[in-house]
Ligand binder design. Structure first.
Ligand SMILES: NC(=O)c1ccc[n+]([C@@H]2O[C@H](COP(=O)([O-])OP(=O)(O)OC[C@H]3O[C@@H](n4cnc5c(N)ncnc54)[C@H](O)[C@@H]3O)[C@@H](O)[C@H]2O)c1
Ligand SMILES: [Zn+2]
Length: 358
């Protein structure tokens, strides 16, 4: 097991990463301060891992909320089911909420913890690769509104994150690849040595090799934690984490949410960022090919949807071609392992990159 300490003054917390951590109850119990716990999970994850978590909490008052599975239920109505249970079972201010699931369950449970009685303890047991390397670090929590994704939420840090690699064995292959898009992103923005390690170890990662997964998750969380520690509320350097995301969000929206997984859209978006960087003279053609190769090895798309032209991208990015004068801040690569945030480019460079997107 590896442990990473996320350093945020009085909101600091450990992330334990390793195999079969759910079989070690003391890891969890150490951070629970009263006799009350509410485990929030969903209909897919509950039959797989809820019993294990309940067993680890034996002797405590353990209540559960099993949400329907899907981004479509990440809303205020379903958040309210968590409050209903907390109040019905008379949970007090010393209770602990445990999120057992992917990013959807994590974001909802975190927001419930942030707001129930103005804030109660929160533990994350992320069960997707994406949630282990991304949403469990950084403290963003929340739900969607019909008019916008993640529009209602709070910054709220957990007391503990338990990333058990064993649970990834049941994750669909496509979801594992989607998580790898974010892992590759960390290498591209800050650490070329990690990128090289990923190139070497991609087959092992996709086969579920525990050692490789443990290191990839550890290094990813470390990179994100360092960036978040420097910029907890996203004033500056945290924007680097959005590599591929401005384009990726446009792809997700254009395709209709859920048709492309977030990580798949980020992968295609990362390719656009790399190509745009090459157009500005910041990456060589060989480096662009290296980005494509590592994404491809991870089982991710490297091309945007065929029916998306520059107009479509700009529309979804809410940018008007006529007023586009490098005003759109993009995360680009000034060399592999060196992300930069820039609005300092000729608009034509962006338009030409997008015109050749697919
Ligand atoms: N808070 C943040 O900083 C942050 C960062 C990135 C993403 N997010 C949010 O995270 C969400 C996406 O997270 P996700 O990719 O984990 O999606 P998800 O939570 O929808 O999980 C993906 C699918 O995998 C299933 N699943 C989860 N664990 C499993 C397991 N061990 N075995 C089998 N199936 C399993 C889920 O039930 C679901 O069907 C989005 O809502 C996004 O907004 C938040
Ligand atoms: Zn992302």
């Amino acid at each position: 097991m590896r442990t990473l300490h996320v350093d945020l003054e009085d909101r600091s917390y450990p992330i334990h990463i390793g195999e079969n951590l759910l079989d070690q109850p003391e890891l969890l119990r150490e951070h629970i301060r009263s006799h009350q716990v509410l485990v929030v999970t969903n209909t897919t994850v509950a039959p797989l891992y809820l019993a294990k978590v309940q067993a680890a909490l034996q002797g405590l008052q353990v209540d559960t909320v099993v949400l329907p599975d899907g981004e479509a239920y990440k809303d205020l109505a379903h958040l309210n089911l968590i409050f209903d249970e907390l109040l019905a079972k008379a949970h007090n201010r010393t209770t602990t909420l445990i999120a057992l699931g992917g990013g959807v369950v994590g974001d909802m449970t975190g927001f419930a913890a942030a707001s129930y009685q103005r804030g109660v303890d929160f533990i994350q047991i992320p069960t997707t690769l994406l949630s282990q390397v991304d949403s469990s670090v950084g403290g963003k929590t929340g739900v969607n509104h019909p008019l916008g994704k993640n529009m209602i939420g709070a910054f709220y840090q957990p007391k503990l994150v338990l990333a058990d690699i064993a649970v990834l064995s049941t994750l669909p292959e496509r979801e594992l690849s989607a998580g790898l898009a974010e892992v590759i992103k960390y290498g591209l923005i800050t650490d070329i040595a990690f990128l090289a390690w990923l190139e070497q170890n991609m087959p092992a990662l996709r086969q579920g090799a525990a050692d490789a997964l443990e290191y990839a998750i550890y290094r990813s969380c470390q990179i994100k934690a360092d960036i978040v520690a420097a910029d907890e509320r996203e004033g500056g350097v945290r924007a680097l984490l959005n590599l591929g995301h401005t384009f990726g969000h446009a792809i997700e929206a254009h395709q209709g949410y859920g048709n492309w997984l977030h990580g798949e859209a980020v992968a295609a978006g990362t390719m656009l960022a790399a190509k745009m960087s090459a157009r500005l003279g910041w990456l060589s053609e060989a480096e662009v090919q290296r980005v494509a190769a590592v994404l491809d090895a991870a089982g991710l798309p490297t091309e945007s949807p065929e029916d998306m032209d520059a107009e479509a991208f700009l529309r979804w990015m809410a940018v008007d071609k006529k007023v586009l004068h490098g005003k759109l801040r993009l995360v680009l690569l000034e060399g592999l392992g060196n992300g930069v945030v820039s609005a300092d480019y000729a608009p034509e460079a962006l338009l030409e990159t997008l015109a050749k997107a697919s």
